[in-house]
Every structure is written in structure tokens, then in C-alpha cells.
Design a protein around this ligand. Structure first.
Ligand SMILES: [Zn+2]
Length: 257
């Protein structure tokens, strides 16, 4: 059994810490900053055995050099030569061992072209999805195209609904405010907003969420849903009926929200 907890970095990043209580071995996902990782490892008496990288952005890789110098962990990441320090580069169809648990590698381009995600199938499925799928939202499409990003999100949407979704930022309240503008009559969404507000008022993380909750409330996973299309149509925003067209419309709206 893995223990998983967030390490807060910068203003709103989560560096996910996974560790085994017995062996005290740990992995971190996307260490953008080494200092809070080192502090947490020392506080908990853990040894850093490995690092998972999802994509090349600085707030996900900025702590790599310092951590590899201090701990010599195995470093898994995408096939992007621009990221220094990766010891094993991964693509779709490959899997990695994380403290005795197998994670499949999914290629999810769109936010960046090199973006990968890590999925553990099992009794409690786990997904580390970086900046592709957020709680209540999705990453900006910086390097890919909207259809590419939509296709990547659909691949994540097809994972088991019980999957726990560990994204890399605490953007949930802002994402849900936008989701509520898109689908003002979504009752599951209204309930989620109230819960997320209560969670944040206690200064706790709203992440992980579950894929079931995302499917019910996240507009970027609902581009094929008749309810979402009807909501767009009612607001005069529906520009096309296909999932890709709806995604492009919703993403473009969010970029200017
Ligand atoms: Zn990013």
C-alpha cells in the first residue's frame, strides 16, 4: 500500500509524494522545486528512490538537478531531450515500477507535445496526469491543437470511474467557477462547488478527485454530453456539434474567462 500526499510548491503546485511506510522509500511526481521535497523527505524520514516527470515545464522539472545530486533516484520521463536528468525515457505502452506498483505510461499531448501520464490499475486506480486533466478543468493548449488535447482527455476519460485523479495544481475553485458558467443547471456541479469551497476554507487540497466526479462536472470531459451542448446552445455559444468543436469552443471560452 502506497501512502500519497501533496507537497505544496510555488503558489499552487502540488508535487505528489508516494512512499512505502515499511521501506521508507519514496517517489515524487513533477518536482518543480527541490527545497520543499527535501524538507518533507527529511521530516518523514524517507529516502528518494525515484522521480516521475510528466512534461518539460519548469514548475514540474525545476528541482530535478538538485534532487538527483542529493539522492541519485531513477528518473522517468518523456522522450524530450530538452529535459536534462531523465534516466529512463518512456512512451505509450510502456510501464514502470513504483515501489512495487506498476504504472502504465499514457501519451497525452496537447498542453505540451511531450506530456505523458502515469496510471496504476488496481483496486484503487491512480492517475498522475500533470497539467492535462485538472480538477474541474484541463490544461491550456500551449503546444498541441484542441483536437489533440480533446483526444488525450478522452483517453483519460475512458479509465475506470473509480480512478483517483492527481493533478499538479490547485486550480479547482477557478475551474469550477468557469464550469458553472458553462453549465449553470448541473446539480452535481453545484454540489461540488459547495464541497470544494468548504475544503479550501479549511486550507486543504481539493485534489485528488475521482474520474466519476470529473465525468459529471468537468466541462472538458463532457464535450459529447447532450446537456453540455444544450447549455452552450442556450447561451448562443454552440459553434459546432462534434466533440472536437465543442472542446475548442469551451477551451477558447475558458482562455478568456
Ligand atoms: Zn505545464
Amino acid at each position: 500500500m502506497l501512502t500519497i500526499q501533496p507537497i505544496c510548491a510555488f503558489s499552487d503546485n502540488y508535487i505528489w509524494l508516494l512512499y512505502d511506510e515499511q521501506s521508507r522509500q519514496a517517489f515524487v511526481v513533477d518536482p518543480g522545486d527541490a527545497a520543499p521535497v527535501t524538507a518533507t523527505l527529511q521530516e518523514l524520514g524517507l529516502e528518494l528512490a525515484g522521480i516521475l516527470i510528466t512534461h518539460h515545464h519548469f514548475d514540474h522539472v525545476g528541482g530535478l538537478e538538485a534532487l538527483t545530486q542529493q539522492y541519485s533516484p531513477v528518473v522517468y520521463g518523456p522522450h524530450n531531450p530538452a529535459i536534462d536528468g531523465i534516466t529512463q525515457r518512456l512512451g505509450a505502452g510502456q510501464s514502470v515500477e513504483v515501489l512495487g506498483h506498476s504504472f502504465d505510461v499514457l501519451e497525452v499531448p496537447g498542453h505540451t507535445l511531450d506530456h505523458i501520464a502515469y496510471f496504476h490499475a488496481g483496486e484503487t486506480p491512480l492517475l498522475f496526469c500533470g497539467d492535462t486533466l485538472f480538477a474541474g478543468g484541463c490544461g491550456r493548449v500551449f503546444e498541441g491543437t484542441p483536437p489533440m488535447m480533446h483526444s488525450s482527455l478522452q483517453a483519460l476519460a475512458a479509465l475506470p470511474t473509480a480512478t483517483r485523479v492527481y493533478c499538479a495544481h490547485e486550480y479547482t475553485l477557478a475551474n469550477l467557477a468557469f464550469a458553472s458558467a458553462v453549465e449553470p443547471d448541473n446539480a452535481a456541479l453545484s454540489e461540488r462547488v459547495a464541497q470544494a469551497q468548504a475544503t479550501r476554507s479549511r486550507n486543504e487540497a481539493t485534489v485528488p478527485s475521482t474520474l466519476a466526479l470529473e465525468l459529471a462536472t468537468n466541462p472538458f470531459l463532457r464535450c459529447e454530453a447532450p446537456e453540455l451542448k444544450a447549455a452552450l446552445r442556450a447561451q448562443g455559444k454552440l459553434q459546432g456539434e462534434t466533440g472536437d468543436e465543442v472542446f475548442a469552443t469551451v477551451r477558447g471560452w475558458k482562455d478568456n474567462f
